[in-house]
Every structure is written in C-alpha cells, then in structure tokens.
Design a protein around this ligand. Sequence first.
Ligand code: BTN
Length: 326
Amino acid sequence: MTSRDQIIKLLRSQPVGYVSGQEISRRLNISRTAVWKQIQVLRDQGFEFAVKHAAGYRLLASPDLLLAADIENGLNSRLIGRKVVALRETASTNSLIRTLADQGASEGTLVVADRQSAGRARLGRHWTSPAGVNLYCSLLLKPDIPVQLAPQMTFLSAVSVAETLQQVCRLPAVLKWPNDVLVNGAKIAGLLNEMNAETEQVHEVVLGIGINLNMTADQLPAQLNYPATSVLLESGRKVDRLLFLRALLENLDRTYTEFQEHGFAPIRRRWEGLSVLINRPVVVEQAGQTLQGTVVGLDSDGALRLQTADGKIERILAGDVKTSDF
Ligand code: BTN
C-alpha cells in the first residue's frame, strides 16, 4: 500500500473527526512535510479535504477511482487480490503484471488500472479502455498444472466473471467458447490469458479481464465484428466499480480454491451450465474448413466437443464457432 493509500485509509477510519498531521506522520513513519506533499497529490487526484488549524485533516469526498486500500480492506479472500497495485493509467495491465511477475510478485497479485493506453485483446486486437467507466485488471496465478491444461484457467475466470455479472448486476450473462462473456447476444467482457511456462509445467498464468461496466453507447468501439454492450446499457443502471471488483475477486478466490482442492471437473460443470453453445447446433470455421455438429461439452484441456451427424466426436481446439443467433 502506498503512503497515499495509507493516508486515505486512516482518514476513512475517522469519518467525522479530524486526524492531525502529526498523527499521520507518526503512523506512516514519514515527515510532516511528506504528509503535506501527499495531501497535495491526493487533491490533484480529486480527493477533497477539510483542514482545521490544530485539528488536522478530514476526508470530505473521494473521486470515483479504484484504490488499492479500498480493494484490499476486509476482502474475504484467501489468495486472490491480497496484494493490489491500482493505477490511474498504464499501457496494459497484462503487460505490467508480467513485469511484476519477473520481479517476483506473489501469486494472487492484482493489477487494476482506471485507463489503459494500449489495452490488448486476443489475436493482436486492441481493447478500448476509457477512464472512469470500466474494469481493466490482471491477476497473477501460479497453478501447478502441465502446459496443455493451462486453458483451464481461462474457463475458471470466464465462469467467475459471468457469475459475478449475474449476482451483482442481475444480468443474464452467458459464455461463448472459448472466452467471451455475453449478455443478450452482445459481448460484455473479454479475457486475455497469457502463460509463462518452463519446460512442460506452467510457471505463471496472467488472467487479463476487461469488463464493460458503465460505458455509454458512444464510448463503445466503433468498428467491431461483433455486437458489444455494457452493464449500464443492459440494465439502465450504473454499477459501483469497487463493489463489483471486490465481488469478482471473492468469486475468483472461491473458484481457484475449488480448483486446487477438487480439480477442473466442478468448474467444467459450471462452465457447461453457463455456455450458450451446449446442446446447440453450430458451424465451426477451422483452418479454412467448415464443420457442422452439436456441442456436447468441454474437454479437460479446453477443447470443445462437437458431435457430427455421423455420431463422431470432434475436438475443436481453435476456430470460430457460430450458432444461428451468435
Ligand atoms: C478479448 O476479448 O479479446 C480479450 C480482451 C481482454 C482485455 C483485458 S483489459 C485488462 C487486460 N489488459 C489488457 O491489455 N487486456 C486485458
């Protein structure tokens, strides 16, 4: 936690009273001048303070920013989000967390940014990431699994995102293989999971999660080859980003614990229950070939199981899957 985060945490613990500069300096073990300088930086970030001679500082208002202290404080989580890095802006939270991982960041570390200047999506695409509206975050996991099972982490995060949208926003979120989260046929969230493997074993997995929460129609990216939406557009209501993120982290933590204790089977069942493709006839475009069949499930390595007209089961590892409505 930075000293600015600590100041906010301390002032929030005294919502009506004042905390003196001397007390802040003693608690944080920094000089009075350093306290004053940090208060100026916080003012520049949009925090408002009342200052009273001989009494000190009182927090009057906070900007709509995700702060590490607010995310971490009292979070009901064993591992996920125990250490948070929250920034106003970064190029891509996935890129930043990979740098932190190289510097020894612990499993469960979360990087969240208010805005991304170069947000990344799958297939080298760009992820539109304006400030103040959505959620852009990346999580570092170190699962003890062989490389070919790394896609399991994608399904783990997809299940947690869809369930959190259902629970917090009361939206009918569903999943489309491999990693899209949809509401009413439009994409509301995307996952970009990246792996660092040593020999046959997974070393680290970065779960990159982008969720369109309070984006308005004019903020949606203009040229997409799929329909996109946000919680605000679907429900007509703004969602509290902090509340949503905390609920998501707690869900991810429970799901990851379940994975460590019972393996992938329970997560696969949850994914199949949320999938729009299960028991549906689909057309798959794969390396220039077209395959038709009915989706019957998910394999443990993340392959989609497709039953063709002659009863054979085909395993789909990559490609574009289309139904009559998606
Ligand atoms: C996709 O749907 O293709 C994946 C989009 C993933 C976007 C998120 S936003 C947070 C994290 N940082 C990134 O640069 N990308 C992911």
